[in-house]
Each structure stands twice: as C-alpha cells, then as structure tokens.
Design a protein around this ligand. Structure first.
Ligand code: NAI
Length: 501
C-alpha cells in the first residue's frame, strides 16, 4: 500500500463533517475534490470555508497567502467522474447503510483499484459497508469528530475484510493531517461512542431513581474534572441525538441490557425536550435555570467529638490525615482498616464501596470518590443512612467541608455519582480491550481527545485499584440485579495478572 502524502482526496458529502474534512486535507497540502448530491452544496461549503479563513487570517492563524493557497486546493465537482485519479475517497454523506453502500459501489466503478474508500460513519458497520464490493479490503472507517478542524481524534476503523495495510495507511494519513489516530475494530459505537455510554446512563439512572437533580449530578461530575456534566452535555448534543446513539448501540448489541436506553430520555424525546436547540431539556434555556449548586459554608469549628480516627492506608486517607493535621486536630491512624475515611466517636464517614450507607450501619455517611487531587471546593456527593442521628447528618457534611470539599447530599444510592460512573467507564473500556476493539492506550487517547475526558479509563484504573472497582461493580450488580453491572472478565483477569507479578 503506497503512502497517501501526495494523493488527491475526494470528499463526498459537503455537510458539516465533509466540509471540515476537506478543510483539514487542504491544510495538509492535498488537492481536494468536494462533491455533494445536492447541486451547489459543495460550492456553498467552499464559500463558507472562505468566511472561516477570513476569520482565521484576522486572528493571525494563517497569512492571507496561506489561506488563499489552501482554498485554491479545494475544487467543488458536480460529478463523481471527476474523481477518477483520487488516491482516497472519504465519504461523509447521510448516515444510511444502503445509501452509503450505493455510493461506495459507484466509486468503485470510477476510481482506480488502489484508491482507499474511507467512511466517516459513526454507527454503521465497516464490514457491512464493504460487503459486496469488488475490493472490500480497501474500505476503512476514518471517523472524525465534530468540529473536524478542532477535534484531535480520528478513529481508524477496520472491518472484518479491511486490509491491515489500508488501515495503517489511513492511520498515517490522519497523523499527517495533524490528528491523533487510534486503531479500532468495527463494533457498535467503535471506541468513543461505546465507552462513553455509561457517562450518560449512570446519571440517567440516578435521575430516574430521583437520587439527585441534574444540577447536582452535573456539579459532581464537573468536580471530577469533566468539562461538562452529563445533563448539560446531553442538552448540548441534543437529547434526541444522544438517545438515538444509545439506541443504536443497544440494538447493535442484540439488546444487551448493559446498554438499555433510559425511559426518561425517551420521554423527553417524545415531548420535544431536545435540550438547547429546543429551548428546554434537563434545563430550561428560556428561564434562569442554572446548572450551578450552592456552596456549603465552611464551619468555623469542627463538629464536637471525643475521639477521631482516620481509616485506610491509601492516598485518600493520607489526604484526610493531612487536612486534620493542618487544623491542629488529633487523631488515631487505623491503617489496616477495611474501609477508608473518618471516624468521629462511633460515627463513620466512609468512602463509597458501592454499598448504600443504610447497609453499613446506623451513624454512617458515605462520600463519593474524589478524583482530582485539587478538589478544593469541588462538589462531592455524600449520603447518609436512613437510621443516622440528626447530629451525624448535620456533622458529616461539615467534616467534608473541613476536608476541602463542597458536599452535596444525594439520596442513598449505591456508588453515589462519580464512583459508579468512573467504574462503569472503566468496565466498558475493559470489555472493549478484551474484545480487541482497541488497546488500553487507544481507549485512553480516544476518550481524552474524542470527548475531552480529563483522563482515560485506564489512567483512572491505574490511579484507583482494580479490586475496589470490581467490588463496587459487584455491589451495584447485587443491588440492581441484571446485566448492566456485570464485571468485565478483563478486570478479573487483571487482578490475577497483578497477583502473579
Ligand atoms: P450533513 O447532513 O451536515 O451533511 C451530509 C451531506 O451529504 C449533505 O450535504 C447531503 O446533501 C449530502 N449527501 C447525502 N446523500 C448524498 C449522496 N448520496 N451523495 C452525495 N452527497 C450526499 O451530515 P454530517 O453531520 O456532516 O454527517 C455526515 C456523516 O458523518 C454521517 O455519516 C454522520 O453519521 C457522520 N458523522 C457526523 C458527526 C456529527 O457530529 N455531525 C460526527 C461524526 C460522524
């Protein structure tokens, strides 16, 4: 397979994605032929790109000469016949298997035998698209993210018949275009759209259980370093779009309950509550509905106690110990404890292990997994046992505030917010790696670059503890029953691998 450095690129579909792909290819020096079934669409896309480059020149990102040269490399074409000498065709037309197949067949009749046929599909099987073609080995997914010129990730997706050399060539091409490419195997949702499902699903489930409001859930996940919480992000993406991706991953997995969509989301779609674009989703964009939550006041003095103890031996326990020390408080250190957190007399403030506070005793409060080291003032979910005394219910959040968090109480849901979400993201990524969809590094890069996660699932796993993740998921599984929280075999195997080291 020859390299495509100098190849003419034909982009079919001059919509939002096709125009972006044409732009990055032209910026990388390629001659680009842009075609759309709708007359004038390619010309209009080029006009729009002119406007974009005017702005980029005004901002100093390009000189006027560079912008002109880039734009001059893009030629709208009325007929695909003009694409005969292309080295690669990238299609970004309507998301429909039969229409895309028809286009690929048409292209096969026009381009040379070694022209790569790449598709920007986000949900259709690459194997299915290649089926019935004369040279199915040259069909490969080249999945860009929106907006193409800004988003760094390209998933290079191989179907069952994709020639590995073709996938490697497209990988190198994406990198030459300034992107970070990640290899993926064609499976529902590829990497990003699959691994990201629990980010929305766990929040939707907590909403369905009335455990917390959208504003609280969003604040907790922002507190964990996500740029946006799931509700505000679904409102931005479009509740309908997000629902249809979830539904397509669910259907494509033979209705595996793990991916079951949410009734709440379906109801919102049915009612036209699409998010920002319709003025209302989880938030009301016409009113002053805000995604912010109140700040818990920092107590002037700690709640009263006779004895204090810090349980656990990991960095979180060290962090609690350091916070108490900095306030001049005396405490005992119980390093070989089977839980982590703070004990004031007989009352306990425990890091969630996937059980509800009520399961753990009377004066028990549980708090969420603090993901970032600098959580100063960041929202952190906590809940308390239904049997907890009024004094402990009042004292627990004060202790959390003294430890540097902004405590937000939610109902007594197992695994709270961040812990269950991160555990499920790790679990999904682990399954993807087990099934050969991507590598661990590939999953981390894809989630950071494709959806701006603050870290990749395997980076979270390295900073947490495989056994604790499994334990938490097993407890969610016990609590809910069903397929959703079944532990990835890859995670269990990892504990065996760790043991043998
Ligand atoms: P779009 O609706 O903005 O553009 C599609 C364009 O394709 C339209 O201009 C339409 O006239 C043209 N078209 C339709 N059928 C055609 C045909 N048979 N031959 C030539 N042109 C045809 O859609 P968008 O958002 O750009 O999506 C395009 C593809 O990229 C889809 O497969 C979509 O799933 C995928 N994608 C979209 C992302 C997004 O965020 N919008 C992200 C990643 C992938």
């Amino acid at each position: 397979m020859s390299k495509l450095d100098e190849a003419t690129v034909v982009v079919v579909g001059a919509g939002i994605m096709g125009a972006g792909i044409a732009q990055v290819a032209a910026q990388a020096g390629h001659r680009v032929l842009l075609h759309d079934a709708r007359a004038d669409a390619a010309g209009q896309a080029l006009d729009k790109l002119r406007g974009t480059f005017d702005k980029l020149v005004a901002k100093g990102k390009f000189t006027a000469d560079e912008a002109q040269a880039i734009l001059a490399r893009i030629a709208p074409i009325d007929s695909l016949d003009a694409a005969a000498e292309a080295g690669i065709a990238v299609e970004a037309i309507v998301e429909d298997l039969e229409v895309k197949r028809g286009l690929l067949r048409e292209l096969e009749g026009i381009v040379g035998a070694d022209c790569v046929l790449a598709t920007n599909t986000s949900s259709i099987s690459i194997t299915a698209l290649a089926g019935g073609l004369e040279y199915p080995g040259r069909v490969v997914g080249m999945h860009f993210f929106n907006p193409v010129p800004i988003m760094q990730l390209v998933e290079v997706v191989a179907g069952l018949q994709t020639d590995p050399a073709v996938a490697d060539t497209v990988f190198a091409l994406a990198e030459a275009w300034g992107k970070t490419a990640v290899h993926a195997r064609s499976t529902p949702g590829f990497i990003v759209n699959r691994i990201a499902r629990p980010f929305y699903a766990e929040t939707l489930r907590l909403l369905e259980e009335r455990a917390a409001t959208p504003a609280v859930l969003d604040a907790c996940l922002r507190g964990a370093g996500f740029r946006m919480g799931p509700c505000e992000l679904m409102d931005l993406i479009g509740i309908d779009t997000n629902f249809s991706v979830t539904q397509s991953v669910y259907e494509a997995n033979f209705y595996d309950k793990r991916y079951a969509p949410s009734l709440l989301q379906r109801e919102m779609v049915a009612g036209g509550l699409y998010g920002r674009k319709s003025g209302r989703g989880f938030y009301d964009y016409a009113g002053d509905d805000k995604a912010e939550i109140a700040k818990f006041p920092l107590p002037e003095a700690p709640p009263s106690f006779d004895t204090l103890a810090v349980h656990g031996d990991e960095p979180l326990a060290d962090r609690i110990a350091a916070a108490l020390k900095s306030r001049g408080l005396h405490f005992e250190r119980v390093r070989d404890s089977d839980w982590s957190g703070l004990q004031a007399d007989s009352a306990r403030l425990r890091l969630t292990d996937g059980r509800c506070a009520a399961e753990l005793g009377r004066d028990v409060a549980v708090f969420d997994l603090p993901l970032s080291d600098d959580s100063s003032g960041m929202a952190l979910a906590w809940s308390h046992s239904a049997r907890a005394s009024a004094e402990w219910v009042a004292a627990a959040p004060q202790w959390l505030a003294l430890l540097g968090f902004n405590p937000v109480r939610i109902e007594d849901a197992p695994g709270l917010v961040v812990a269950r979400t991160i555990a499920m993201l790790i679990n999904e990524a682990a399954d993807a790696v087990q099934q050969g969809v991507c590598s661990e590094d590939g999953a981390d890069a894809a989630m950071k670059l494709g959806v701006n996660y603050p870290a990749g699932p395997f980076e979270w796993l390295d900073g947490w503890n495989t056994r604790a993740v499994i334990e938490l998921l097993d407890r969610l599984d016990t609590h809910y029953r069903g397929e959703r929280y079944r532990v990835s075999p890859w995670l269990r195997q990892r504990t065996w691998r760790e043991k043998s080291q």
